[in-house]
Design a protein around this ligand. Structure first.
Ligand code: HAM
Length: 418
């Protein structure tokens, strides 16, 4: 039988060189503001007890009702590949008793998430997020800081064409009052059966219906933002005033619906203008009832998840990737067997000064090796022939313009660092 090639599963996003260099850079930029703000790493399993998500994320969501990768393990337990990160963090915080220590618990995470969505540009079945969660303190200043950390991540990428949308889903009294009026409003609408069933599970979902006739119907629907209790209204006002103080611009979008059911109070999304349909590059909010629902203390929490795949697409669209940083500073070509030992030691010593250095291997011609150097994108090339062995002065070829630059060993740092 012929050995057929095996392909990656449908809708899976993977990153191979050279693109993976950009991916890795984007991920590091997105998370660095959180590390600087004292968030600590949490490494969690990619699969969890299915109940964690059905209870934590909510049965009314597409994520739980249609998109989970759920299977039975060999012990007959129902297992699900994590579709998002917050529920797992909460489970681990409760299990590890972190909520009994210093509050807020501040953690960051990064990794693969899985949703069986219809694949298209920017929407994958396995995708990447970095996220943070701050658990145990309800303070509008914390909400603003969490949003500011996400915003700084996008700024680190050099992104400009995005906006921050925020709203508040209020406390439970706000939501109860609104739900009553919203249900009354929805009852009077002429809806198909599936839509009515969705409304029954969570009437807010109808705000998320993209069909033009539904958008028209919902235009007059009562908005939760107008039902906030005094406490929730003050909370939201304070969040906005802190964002103003931080000089972070936002638009209030009272019709925003997040795809997960645990949200309360402040919720937000970052929307990129150049990405078409899959424009959400990150989102998050408060989830004040989640810990209790998962069997823990009634503590509040807030966090975000940023889509690394989409952030990379956004950086490509805006041309903001520092592509130069993704290739080596120097490419050394040893000519002949005798040059190899010197080339290797030279490379090691330049690397230890903080530069990235590649060495050509194999018995290729100088022309072939130069081609390799060119392809690698390295900024400089150094050929080590007999005369260079043991030398402390070299001629580097600057690849951007082909000019030969004479440098002494002692000046290498200055030249490569420029
Ligand atoms: P989310 O809005 O569902 O929130 O996802 C966060 C981000 O992940 C989205 O803004 C998007 O950039 C990216 N994303 C989601 N689905 C896909 C997909 N199929 N393909 C590519 N990218 C995708 C959450 O997951 C919450 N856990 C965030 C959070 C943390 N809220 C509070 N704490």
């Amino acid at each position: 039988m012929k050995n057929e090639k095996i392909q990656a599963p449908k809708g899976v996003r993977e990153y191979l060189p050279p693109e993976s260099q950009a991916f890795e850079w984007v991920r590091a930029q997105l998370i660095s503001p959180a590390k600087r703000a004292g968030y600590q790493l949490m490494e969690l399993p990619v699969f969890e007890d299915t109940n964690l998500f059905s209870r934590g994320v909510g049965e009314s969501t597409d994520v739980v009702s249609k998109e989970m990768y759920t299977f039975e393990d060999r012990g007959g337990r129902s297992i699900t590949l994590r579709p998002e990160g917050t529920a797992g963090v909460m489970r681990a915080v409760i299990e590890g008793n972190l909520d009994r220590g210093q509050l807020p618990v501040k953690v960051w995470y990064s990794g693969q998430f899985f949703r069986a969505e219809r694949p298209q540009a920017g929407r994958y079945r396995q995708f990447y997020q970095v996220g943070i969660e701050a658990i145990g303190i309800d303070d509008p200043a914390l909400d603003a800081e969490v949003i500011a950390i996400a915003d700084q991540g996008f700024r680190n990428l050099g992104l400009k064409n995005y906006r921050l949308e925020i709203t508040s889903l209020g406390d439970s009294d706000s939501r109860t009052a609104h739900k009553k009026d919203l249900m009354k409003f929805i009852e009077a609408l002429d809806l198909d059966e599936a839509t009515r069933a969705r409304a029954e599970l969570n009437p807010l979902r109808l705000f998320d219906d993209k069909r033009p006739e539904m958008i028209a119907l919902m235009a007059q629907a009562p908005l939760l933002l107008n039902y906030l209790t005094e406490y929730s209204r003050n909370h939201f006002e304070k969040v906005k005033s802190y964002l103003d103080a931080l000089d972070i611009s936002y638009v209030v979008n009272p019709r925003m619906v997040r795809g997960l059911d645990y949200y309360t109070g402040t919720t937000f999304e970052f929307v990129h203008e150049d990405l078409g349909a899959q424009s959400g590059i990150g989102g998050g909010g408060r989830y004040d009832g989640l810990m209790e629902v998962l069997g823990g203390q009634p503590l509040s929490g807030i966090g975000f998840g940023l889509g690394v795949d989409r952030a990379l697409l956004a950086a490509i669209a805006e041309g903001s990737l520092p592509i130069k940083e993704f290739s080596s500073d120097l490419f050394i070509i040893p000519l002949g067997e005798e040059s190899k030992a010197f080339s290797l030691t030279l490379a090691a010593s330049i690397r230890s000064a903080g530069f990235s250095v590649e060495v050509a291997f194999g018995e290729r011609s100088l022309k072939g090796s130069m081609k390799g150097a060119d392809k690698s994108g390295a900024r400089y090339v150094l050929v080590i022939g007999e005369n260079e062995i043991g030398s402390s002065a070299f001629e580097l070829k600057r690849m951007s313009d082909g000019v030969l630059v004479s440098v002494k060993m002692s000046e290498l740092n200055t030249v490569l660092g420029a």
